[in-house]
Write a protein that binds this ligand. Structure first.
Ligand SMILES: [Zn+2]
Length: 251
């Protein structure tokens, strides 16, 4: 597939203008013109770039790219090393941040919901960054916060940080992948439990004082699924070869 055609396809699928963001979405570093093999991963870290180069990838698709508002803009140290390897290996770097979070089917929020058995019914904000849905079993005997937390641990392969009474029954969940802790303010009182990746000191107080269950399951762990879904979509729709590379991150 031609680079220009892939760029246009991705920008149509994940429109950068759909949401105000603090990074450039789309092609961040230009590589070769013909793309057959894609590697996807959460963050354009050195080990991920190295893995892409070693597997002969023509494009690397990530959620967290290289350039963010407020950065110094200098290509020194680790930043230089990342860009140098990409350019040396002639790899195209595509990064989609918030446009990937909000995609109703392939996005991080919807894909995480599927892993956790949450039935997404909509969003609590206009952009779609705060997903809402029913907790499994809500219609029947119900699920408690403790049971749900165990389900999250099983689905993501790591113990989440949980705040609240394990016996609390849950009906509605609100969730935002990654560093979405501030959205707890909008989740309450419309949901009984709020799931996100990261936690701040104050998030715990808000959860306790509002009586909303809080499940912080890891920034990396909650954002592994959108980029994989997009990679699989490209493989299906355009016959590209796709492989997801997980560079473990405990944060
Ligand atoms: Zn993130």
């Amino acid at each position: 597939m031609d680079r220009q055609a892939l760029s246009e396809y991705l920008e149509k699928l994940l429109p950068p203008a759909a949401v105000e963001d603090y990074c450039p979405n789309g092609l961040q570093v230009e590589g070769r013109t013909e793309i057959r093999r894609i590697v996807s991963g959460v963050t354009a870290s050195q080990p991920l770039i190295d893995a892409a180069a070693e597997s002969g990838a023509d494009a690397l698709l990530v959620h967290h790219g290289l350039f963010w508002k407020g950065d110094s803009g200098r290509l020194t140290g680790y930043r230089r090393a990342r860009v140098a390897r990409l350019i040396h290996a002639d790899i195209n770097l595509y990064a989609f941040h918030l446009p990937l979070d909000i995609h109703p089917e392939l996005g991080n929020n919807t894909q995480l919901g599927l892993r956790l058995g949450l039935e997404r019914t909509g969003s609590l904000d206009r952009a779609g960054l705060l997903a809402v849905g029913d907790v499994p079993g809500a219609a029947g005997a119900g699920t408690t916060l403790g049971e749900f937390a165990r389900q999250v641990a099983r689905a993501l392969g790591r113990e989440p940080l949980v705040v609240g009474d394990p016996a609390q029954p849950l009906r509605r969940a609100a969730w935002c992948t990654g560093g979405g802790q501030r959205y707890i303010e909008d989740a309450w009182p419309r949901a009984d439990v709020f799931i996100t990746g990261e936690v701040s000191e104050q998030t715990v107080h808000v959860a306790r004082e509002c009586g909303i269950g809080l499940v912080c399951a890891g920034h990396h762990a909650t954002e592994r699924y959108g980029v994989q879904a997009v990679g699989e979509h490209l493989a299906r729709e355009h016959g590209l070869e796709h492989r997801f590379v997980d560079i473990d991150n405990p944060a």
